[in-house]
Design a protein around this ligand. Sequence first.
Ligand code: TXA
Ligand code: MG
Length: 311
Amino acid sequence: MSETKAETIAKAAGLIRRGGIVAFPTETVYGLGADATNETAVRRVFEVKGRSPSNPLIIHVSGIAAAARLADMTNLARQLAERFWPGPLTLVVERRPDSGLSPLTTAGLPTVALRAPAHPIARDFLEQADCPIAAPSANKSGRISPTSADHVRWQLGDAVDMIVDGGPCRIGLESTVLDLAGPTPAILRPGGISKEALEEVAGTLADPEQSALRRSPGTQARHYAPKAALRLNATDARPGEAYLAFGPCNLTAEKTRNLSPSGDLAEAAAKLYCMLIDLDQSGATTIAVAPIPDQGLGAAINDRLRRAARR
Ligand code: TXA
Ligand code: MG
């Protein structure tokens, strides 16, 4: 008899409590989780991903009360969390000295990145594990983030203790990382919550490009990258290239995928990583990508494409 969902989550939470590492679904991408207070477990997450120890992890919590045990949740942090949690927003705030977090999780920084995910499996998992869960995206460092359990299996396979399969991720792009510890709130990584939506609560945000270069350790290198080269803002495919379209498109070549024939940015975000993996596996050496409008979720899509295109 196959396990029920409740049994699977209980097993995953048990593994976390015993210091194991577990891949689990969130509404953004799959995470590779460890008890954030367990130094040995957290070290394993860095090793399995091949991640630089200077790049801190996001700590997943059930909500504001759990966040306030780890960090200084300022008035603005609370307002933002009330509006956008549970959901794809990560807040960088000052870590409390008595947080109990492994110093590895924050790469020795005085700040910590916190997020309460909305996926029902992630929520049950957090509640049963009953500890803050450090979880980067469940991919090899620099590669495409997984939006399905199969993608995790291909990249990390037996290196993790368990993979909880929650189907495809609804949003498909990572959370927006918002820095509240600096002089002005600033987006360090665009993501599932748009700048426009954040500004309704936080007022005008600092320029994302400048702040990202200044303060987020993980946002500079080539990242989210397929093996193929990317050619961005391409209105058609050259001979031999695969093509990633957006909006109405009459290219029907075998190696063409369309992020959203109707031009819907949320649909495009949800399909981006999966289609990049598909086209990469087609064996093309270059993937040409259609222009994507830069507002709302489009800003996060373009951020990932630009970084995937870096050589
Ligand atoms: O949607 C997501 O955010 C996914 C799911 C699993 O929650 N997680 C994720 O984690 O994307 P990761 O480790 O791949 O990306 C975390 C980002 C990195 O760019 C890292 O540099 C930044 O958050 N970050 C973490 N702690 C930070 C801190 N204290 N200050 C500045 N940036 C921080
Ligand atoms: Mg990542």
